[in-house]
Design a protein around this ligand. Structure first.
Ligand code: ZN
Length: 323
């Protein structure tokens, strides 16, 4: 993949023709909107946002004691209430994803699973999640067997509701955050439980488990979005499953993923099942223009305009059922 073209100051573009206007709309399937500010949401309006999905059980919300079902239920209700406040004051549609995040062990989780179908029927709820097998947790560990049951059950609920699932996959965001970056991430502390999966190949192992659980629940691959993608899971997902693969492009300094990874994935596998999302969150240094910048970078890298439009707009729209 070629490096982005850089023009010298005052020099015309190499082709001699001015670039086409960048009017590519976008939909963000994964962001923690409630942790952002009005200014950030206005920037979504300015940058061509058509819709955004707020993850109701905010992972930035680091519990200081074991999490109870009522705590999570509060976050779900809060997200739904805020969603209405957001899109009535901005120019994009604010949707919500509801689910039991595996960020921390949750007591009485059955209470949540019992009411989740009711939440899925809400007009504003367009996805289940984020959820998925996680290796390390805040405050209280979530044993793997319990996680399996909770994730599988949410896949089954999504199947019944006809909703996609945003599958969180373990990343580099926990425990030993690079000391150079630690101050840019407020939750990047050492308040985490010991990993339940081997520290090498964690993401790949978790993704294989998630795919297996989706199969057990009878959830169609097209309804599964494997999120926070990187090179360690790309080939497995694209060649062995029919799932979607989403790249979370905020905080490249933490995740090590940017437009070049998305371009490489499109080049290798086509644009049909690739998505770009932001995972924007107020607890770390963030760029509310990251989606627009990624669109510009993809175009500069030579990715065809239709493919760019597919990964930031058409695919998210189809997966969320917003067509
Ligand atoms: Zn996540």
């Amino acid at each position: 993949m070629a490096e982005p073209t850089r023009f010298g100051i005052g020099e015309p573009p190499a082709s001699g023709t001015p670039p086409e206007p960048v009017d590519v709309p976008w939909i963000d399937v994964h962001q923690h909107t409630q942790s952002l500010s009005w200014n950030d949401r206005e920037r979504f309006d300015l940058a061509g946002c058509r819709a955004a999905v707020m993850i109701a059980a905010g992972y930035y919300w680091a519990p200081y004691r074991p999490v109870r079902a009522a705590d999570v239920r509060f976050l779900w209700d809060d997200a739904l209430r805020r969603g209405a406040a957001f899109d009535h004051r901005h120019f994009y549609e604010q949707y919500v994803a509801v689910g039991v995040h595996t960020w921390a062990g949750v007591t009485d989780v059955e209470e949540l699973l019992a009411v989740l179908p009711e939440y899925c029927a809400h007009d504003r709820v367009v996805a289940v999640g984020e959820t998925g097998i996680e290796s390390t947790h805040h405050t209280t560990a979530f044993p793997l067997e319990e996680q399996r049951d909770v994730v599988r059950e949410q896949f089954a609920i999504a199947r019944e509701a006809g909703l996609p699932v945003l599958v969180h996959t373990p990343g580099s965001s926990k425990g030993d955050v690079d000391p150079r970056h630690a101050r840019r991430y407020e939750e990047g502390n050492r308040n985490f439980t010991a990993p339940l999966l081997p520290t090498e190949g964690t993401k790949r192992e978790a993704v294989e488990m998630d795919v297996e659980l989706a199969e057990e629940a009878g959830l169609a691959d097209e309804q599964v979005v494997i999120d926070h993608a990187d090179d360690t899971v790309r080939e497995f997902v694209m060649e062995n499953t029919g799932c979607h693969l989403a790249y979370s492009v905020s905080a490249p300094w933490l995740r090590g993923v940017d437009a070049r990874d998305v371009a490489a994935a499109i080049e290798a596998h086509g644009s049909d099942r690739i998505l770009v999302d932001t995972d924007l969150i107020g607890a770390m240094e963030h760029d509310p223009f990251v989606m627009k910048r990624t669109i510009l970078d993809l175009l500069a890298l030579g990715v065809p305009r239709e493919a760019v439009r597919a990964v930031v707009y058409e695919n998210p729209r189809r997966v969320l059922g917003l067509e």
